[in-house]
Write a protein that binds this ligand. Structure first.
Ligand SMILES: C[S@@+](CC[C@H](N)C(=O)[O-])C[C@H]1O[C@@H](n2cnc3c(N)ncnc32)[C@H](O)[C@@H]1O
Length: 304
């Protein structure tokens, strides 16, 4: 496990600061305001059909109007480099918001010869914004936006045969769901040797349970699996602001406590330090599934 350092942050491109605690920083109408901003942009005809120009217009809104919780340019480069290296046929993101990462990574997947980019978004209004901007960028042939909670969508895509393998997964949704959704994907054999995971916000706000899981040794995971210690959902290690981030709109997020995943998968994981688009330091955890140990497991899962 290594630590890589990104270049210095360029303050000229900084987004507006995220609002102070107690003040909404999303879902207060700004997502629809963004659509009006983009579609009434003086350069709308040049923006049409250009993923780069759509991203520039989104960045312009977030620099000059209101903060948007996008992955941004710096952390985005880490993932687009990964896409160029791994050349995924199928990539999935958990948490699409207004479509920034979807347009950036969906375009990179298409350029690398990939087939499908799934963007899973729980909030139907945000999903509608993603679809509109993906269409504007000319990426509707590659991108499929899936509306609903990530776990339900993963199960449905798997059950219908639309999703049989994930080559690259970007995790950027409800922080405690990173680990439960990864275990679900392991259980369904969507994550197998060759799969690469890129998890956002592992420094800000941080995700200790996820980091512990992907950095854990296989022997330790097997022990926990056998003893049932690995069971349950960890919501400790998150500040309330992040744990309750979506509660007002979506209600309490019900995460599965039953699915234990596949403890036999061998991961190599490293933190790549970078910046939020506001300039605040953050990092992406890159995890490569490099093999699978032979070890008998009793399937522990009642609720699929
Ligand atoms: C940080 S934003 C995603 C930003 C986006 N990946 C980008 O960089 O442009 C997190 C998003 O995850 C969505 N979300 C939260 N919990 C979710 C869940 N269980 N399933 C699907 N989406 C979820 C939220 O509605 C929000 O839009």
């Amino acid at each position: 496990m290594g630590q890589k350092r990104a270049d210095e942050f360029d303050g000229k491109k900084a987004y507006r600061a995220q609002e102070e605690e107690g003040v909404p920083f999303f879902d207060d109408g700004r997502e629809i305001e963004l659509l009006h901003f983009v579609y009434s942009h003086p350069s709308i005809e040049e923006i049409r059909g250009s993923p780069r120009r759509v991203l520039e217009a989104i960045d312009e809104y977030a620099r000059t109007k209101k903060y948007l919780m996008n992955v941004g340019d710096d952390k985005g480069k880490i993932v687009t480099n990964l896409i160029a290296e791994r050349k995924p046929q199928v990539m999935m993101e958990l948490g699409g918001y207004i479509g920034y990462s979807c347009i950036l990574f969906g375009n990179a997947v298409r350029q690398a010869g990939g087939r499908r980019y799934f963007s899973l978004e729980r909030n139907p209004e945000f999903a509608a914004v993603i679809m509109s901007l993906v269409d504007l960028a000319g990426l509707s042939d590659t991108v499929k936006v899936v509306v609903g909670s990530s776990a339900a969508s993963i199960k449905r895509l798997h059950a219908t045969g639309s999703l049989t393998q994930i080559d690259l997964m970007f995790l950027d949704h409800y922080k405690p769901a990173y680990t439960t959704d990864l275990k679900l994907c392991e259980h369904l054999k969507l994550v197998t040797p060759g799969t690469v995971l890129a998890a956002d916000n592992v420094i800000k706000p941080g995700n200790p349970p996820y980091l512990e899981y992907v950095r854990n040794r296989t022997s330790e995971k097997q022990k926990q699996y056998e003893s049932g210690e690995n069971n349950g959902v960890q919501t400790t290690g998150f500040e309330d602001r992040w744990k309750d981030q979506y509660k007002k709109r979506e209600g309490e997020e019900k995460l599965s406590t039953e699915i234990q995943g596949n403890p036999n998968l061998i991961y190599e994981s490293e933190l790549v330090n970078s910046y939020e688009p506001t300039g605040v330091p953050d990092g992406i955890e890159i995890t490569r599934c490099v093999g699978e140990m032979e070890f008998e497991t009793n399937v522990r899962c009642n609720n699929l």
